[in-house]
Design a protein around this ligand. Structure first.
Ligand code: EPZ
Length: 428
């Protein structure tokens, strides 16, 4: 397995391009199942998870074109998808276990083909992550669902019928599955307590471009009026706010000065507010956002919440930053039950962190020291890279396949801003 070696201490300076959002591109790819027309997506990030989703769609009969010509209105990496005729309705365990987001084919497949068999995703490092809310939502639209041999078997032989879906917990992919299914249901669907993440909004905008009727986009109450069919569309994937937030913290932890090209301030409001109180300014430029410290780095309290609150996907990165702040920081994780796996690894680099249930108390130290560390999940692994960028000496980050799932060319982007970072290829 490859690893990444970092020699810390270099302040990051320069411009860093922000890629298309992984968590927008994944549901957008699945949305192609809703139409026999061609869906053209621009600004698609080149990530392992995108390859996994493409493989799954290919197994269902979707024709996929990579790096096509960029038509009017889209830039960057272009992917075209055409689900003219589906050749299957099964999302197999061997693919779903690699990527839980495969669950996103459940709603569109059921709506389009009247049937879907999707492996239950099973547990994951950061929590049990059940999909009971996805199942309950589709049942509200008339789906008959059974759980057989580890698979969700959903049927709607006469098609889906609109209904009222009330989510007791905000669920991002649950909202996305329900919204996609509802676009082809007969009549009107209301989704109450819908997720409001920018990636959910991006999917809604793409579905509207495909001919869907969706009201309340960006709010926690969505109204979808079902259509007979959806059609061909072109859509540009929204920039990745989590990648942008990650690089903002890389600039802050190294006391650097970086411009995040393509980042959107309005998608990072809670992060901007928290970082400002920690002594880090994020200001809009013509091309994106500029990030640098203002007057030292101070400990602040952070609680993760559904959008527009502070994102759970930036919690580990924020913790790494707080490890070298002056004073203490209480970081509370309210979304997932086991998302502190970066803590023991940060401690090995000299961090002072004590965990009490869902909260971690971080006492800042003047400097971290490099060490060999282990990546465990996507965001925990990048938090260790951030710590390595600020630490004295050398940090080796192992099991970096986690990183490759969510960050496009991470070491290249950071090296271009002055980081001493390199990928060590595993012996063949
Ligand atoms: C999405 O996961 C993201 N993934 C996650 O990003 C992100 O951390 C998460 O939303 C929260 O923002 C994608 O968009 C592909 P949830 P998702 O359903 O949809 C519970 C990353 O690093 N829940 O919003 O799976 C669940 O256990 C990944 O890019 C149920 O109980 O998350 C959790 O406690 C990690 N039953 C809470 O809701 C359900 O049926 C929120 O989960 C569904 C969820």
């Amino acid at each position: 397995m490859d690893s990444i070696r970092i020699r810390g201490g270099q302040p990051l300076k320069g411009r860093i391009p922000i890629s298309g959002a992984k968590n927008a591109a994944l549901p957008l790819l699945a949305a192609c199942l809703l139409t026999e027309g061609t869906l053209t997506l621009g600004n698609v990030p080149h990530l392992a998870d995108i390859v996994t989703m493409s493989n799954l769609l290919g197994q269902l009969g979707v024709e996929i074109g990579l790096n096509g010509r960029a038509p009017q209105g889209v830039t960057g990496r272009v992917v075209t998808l055409k689900a003219a005729t589906l050749t299957g309705v099964i999302a197999p365990y061997e693919l779903v276990r690699k990527m839980r987001a495969s669950i996103l084919v459940l709603g569109p497949l059921l709506a389009r083909a009247g049937e879907a068999k999707v492996s239950l995703p099973g547990g994951c490092a950061i929590g049990s992550r059940p999909v009971d809310l996805h199942i309950a939502a589709l049942q509200k639209l008339g789906a008959e669902i059974t759980l057989d041999n580890g698979y969700i078997h959903a049927r709607a032989p006469k098609g889906l019928t609109g209904g009222e879906i009330i989510f007791p917990t905000v669920t991002v992919t649950g909202t996305e599955n329900a919204m996609m299914a509802a676009t082809l249901a007969k009549g009107e669907t209301t989704i109450v307590n819908a997720a409001r993440e920018p990636e959910v909004m991006d999917l809604a905008h793409c579905l509207v471009a495909m001919g869907a009727q969706i009201d309340g986009i960006g709010s926690d109450r969505l109204r979808i009026t079902g259509k007979e069919k959806l059609h061909t569309a072109i859509h540009q994937v929204v920039p990745d706010r989590i990648e942008a937030g990650t690089f903002a913290m890389a600039a802050a932890i190294t006391n650097g000065d970086m411009e995040l090209i393509g980042a959107k301030l309005e998608h990072l409001n809670s992060v901007v507010t928290i970082l400002a109180s920690a002594g880090v300014s994020m200001t809009e430029t013509a091309d994106g956002l500029r990030v640098r410290r203002t007057n030292g780095l101070h400990g602040v309290d952070v609680m993760t919440e559904p959008y527009p609150g502070f994102p759970t996907d930036l919690q580990a990165q924020m913790m790494a930053l707080m490890c070298v702040a002056q004073g203490a920081s209480m970081i509370t994780e309210t979304i997932f039950e086991n998302r502190f796996m970066h803590v023991p690894e940060l401690r090995r680099m000299g961090a002072h962190i004590t965990v009490h249930n869902a909260s971690a108390l971080v006492r800042g130290v003047p400097v971290l020291t490099g060490a060999p560390v282990m990546a465990t999940d996507l965001r925990a692994s990048v938090s260790l890279a951030l710590a390595g960028l600020a630490a004295q000496g050398e940090t080796t980050l192992n099991r970096i396949y986690h990183l490759d799932r969510g960050y496009e060319r991470l070491e290249e982007k950071l090296a271009a801003c002055g980081a001493e970072i390199e990928r060590i290829k595993a012996a063949a």
